[in-house]
Ligand binder design. Structure first.
Ligand SMILES: Nc1ncnc2c1ncn2[C@@H]1O[C@H](COP(=O)(O)OP(=O)(O)O)[C@@H](O)[C@H]1O
Ligand SMILES: Cc1ncc(COP(=O)(O)O)c(C=O)c1O
Length: 277
């Protein structure tokens, strides 16, 4: 038996809900064989309100991991938390050398629990080294504004303008996650393929147990592309997958509640509405 191979270049979330842990769990649920190249290890201090520690791996160690994984013949790549401009450049160059089409860029700039931008210089590096390689980029509202050098969008009309700008920077498809932050009665994401805008809407769950939702969504898109779905189908399934994962999010401890990555497989898909705008 052969399996499609998916690689995530991302950070390790020791608490298990986000980062490479979310990616591997999601790859597994989609029947792909997941591989990893770690950029940083994120820890949480239980004696200090779960405050995050971020430990970077040496750049040579990152390069060696990417080389190992790519040598096996990867079908789709996803990027997640990339901590410095050098890491972003390294990932971008490796993706270019791989010649792969199925490249999903999740431009992680903040963790839900922390609201500081990882490192402002990284935004320019993402625009230069990653957007032109992206089959799809998956920013939330804040990240979309940053990539586009525009104000954080707060309405669907503004999301459309920001998506057009990001597309013009080289990403072949864009999905902006309105999620919980957008003032809208549904959890709405805007998909743009350079021609058509499609609004994807799902039931909004009133929960704080959504840690890892962004990583899970992008990882599901990656696995779907590896499995041969077209980009729009890949996004729609990923939306169903993450909606079920959030609806079944759970409390790990008093600080964090991860999504349940396996919820769609166990409890079934959630309904998604698709509207061409
Ligand atoms: N409370 C919620 N209920 C249902 N879906 C949500 C909710 N919050 C976010 N989503 C969806 O989860 C996916 C990931 O979005 P989000 O959590 O906002 O990303 P990020 O982690 O990058 O900020 C998107 O499809 C978004 O619409
Ligand atoms: C390693 C890592 N990657 C990505 C994220 C982003 O997580 P989310 O999917 O909740 O936005 C986090 C947040 O803690 C993280 O620790």
């Amino acid at each position: 038996m052969t399996m499609k191979k998916t690689l995530t270049i991302a950070g390790s979330d020791t608490s298990g809900g986000a980062g490479i842990q979310a990616d591997l769990k999601t790859f597994q649920e989609h029947g792909t064989y997941g591989m990893t190249a770690l950029t940083v290890v994120v820890t949480m201090d239980p004696d200090n309100n779960w405050s995050h520690g971020v430990y970077s791996l040496p750049i040579d160690v990152l390069r060696a991991q990417i080389k190992t994984a790519l040598s096996t013949g990867i079908d789709a790549i996803k990027t997640g938390m990339l901590s410095t401009e050098e890491v972003i450049k390294t990932a971008g160059e490796a993706i270019a050398e791989s010649g792969l089409d199925h490249v999903v860029i999740d431009p992680v700039m903040v963790c839900k629990s922390e609201d500081e931008v990882l490192n402002p210089g990284t935004v320019d590096a993402m625009v230069e080294y990653l957007l032109p390689k992206a089959e799809i980029v998956t920013p939330n509202l804040f990240e979309a504004g940053q990539l586009a050098s525009m104000k954080t969008p707060t309405t669907i009309e503004q999301m459309k303008s920001v998506a057009e700008k990001i597309h013009s920077l080289g990403a072949r498809n864009v999905v902006i996650k309105g999620g919980k932050q957008l003032h809208h009665d549904k959890a709405a994401d805007l998909f743009y393929d350079g021609k058509t805008f499609t609004l994807l809407e799902a039931e909004k769950t009133d929960t704080h147990f959504n840690h890892g939702a962004g990583c899970t969504f992008a990882a599901a898109i990656t696995a779907n592309l590896a499995n041969g779905l077209d980009v729009k189908e890949a996004v729609i399934e990923a939306k169903q997958f993450v909606t079920a994962a959030i609806a079944n999010g759970w409390k790990l401890n008093e600080y964090v509640g991860p999504v349940m990555h396996g919820a769609k497989t166990r409890f079934g898909a959630s309904d998604i509405t698709k509207t061409v705008l």
